[in-house]
Design a protein around this ligand. Structure first.
Ligand code: C2E
Ligand code: MG
Ligand code: MG
Ligand code: MG
Length: 272
């Protein structure tokens, strides 16, 4: 089997490559359909202050029934959305839906609740990203200080000068920014000084692994020295939590307290 590509080069395909390609095309059209039919929902995972064990906020995490049935994880369909550019439309829906839910909670009296939203590199890189955020906050009548954007090292290293600019705009707006999965990427530590950041989220792979506890300790101390708050993700055991408390980590989230849940289910953890 072969085909001729746009540069008139003959390429050969074997059956397995063809299978992969058609699987991907199929998935891509499923994703496109899911986006236009709005077949997504958000789940929310509580974020707690280590010192008081109080819920201070939630992280919004996308879910899709259709993909779950085919065994496709959020990580997988998000990465396909990134590859195909569909993340821009999907990402905007996510921010809008999350802020809408946050407003409902604020109106119910959970006034100080914060929401964290994952932002893909292309979303962050689009023109007027900060303005888009400002407009969505305006639309939902939410103060900027209740919104936290989670970006990854992948996002910040794309164009460092541009990142500095956007982060400064976001800072001026008053939204919080955290580096998600901290420690797993390839960004330079020097950037932590240049970027207007608020928090570091220690990747769950460090939190879980006993061999990595020195790394966790070090990230907490470093974060504090740089004036950043530190969040540990993926906390699954009492022992992990105690370690974090003893080492003055600011916040944690993980299955130990709660998995990500539907809005109505997560509400029971909130305090007025
Ligand atoms: P992330 O932002 O680092 O989110 C943390 C992931 O760890 C979530 O997986 C969460 O369900 C899972 N998790 C939380 N606590 C624990 C724990 O105690 N143990 C373990 N093993 N896992 C835990 P999820 O929801 O499958 O999301 C995976 C990734 O997909 C996210 O990683 C994020 O990179 C991406 N993602 C999810 N939702 C969105 C979204 O709305 N927008 C964007 N751009 N990316 C998203
Ligand atoms: Mg996250
Ligand atoms: Mg993470
Ligand atoms: Mg992740």
């Amino acid at each position: 089997l072969h085909f001729v590509d746009t540069k008139n080069k003959i390429k050969f395909f074997n059956n397995s490559m063809l299978g992969q390609l058609s699987g991907k095309l199929n998935l891509e059209s499923k994703l496109r359909k899911a986006i236009s039919n709005k077949e997504f929902k958000l789940h929310y995972q509580p974020q707690l202050e280590c010192k008081t064990n109080k819920v201070v906020g939630v992280e919004a995490l996308i879910r899709c029934q259709k993909f779950r049935e085919c065994g496709i994880s959020p990580e997988e369909f998000i990465s396909l959305a990134e590859e195909t550019g569909m993340i821009l439309e999907l990402g905007e829906w996510i921010i809008d839906a999350a802020l809408k839910q946050l407003k409902i909670w604020h109106n119910k009296g959970y006034n100080n609740l914060l929401i964290s939203i994952n932002i893909a590199p292309q979303q962050f890189q689009q023109d007027d990203f900060a303005l888009k955020i400002e407009q969505l906050l305006q639309k939902h009548q939410i103060e900027a200080k209740y919104l936290e954007l989670e970006i990854t090292e992948r996002t910040v290293i794309k164009d460092v000068n541009y990142t500095v600019e956007v982060l400064n705009e976001l800072k001026k707006l008053g939204v919080l920014v955290s580096i998600d999965d901290f420690g797993t990427g390839y960004s330079s530590l020097e950037y932590l000084n240049r970027f207007a950041l608020d928090k570091l989220k220690i990747d769950k792979s460090f939190v879980h692994n006993n061999n990595n506890l020195k790394i966790v300790k070090t990230i907490i101390v470093m974060g504090k020295n740089l004036g950043l708050e530190v969040v540990a993700e993926g906390v699954e055991t009492q022992q992990e939590l105690e370690f974090l408390i003893n080492n003055n980590c600011n916040y944690y989230q993980g299955y130990y307290f709660s998995k990500p849940k539907k809005a109505v289910e997560v509400e029971k953890y909130f305090e007025k």
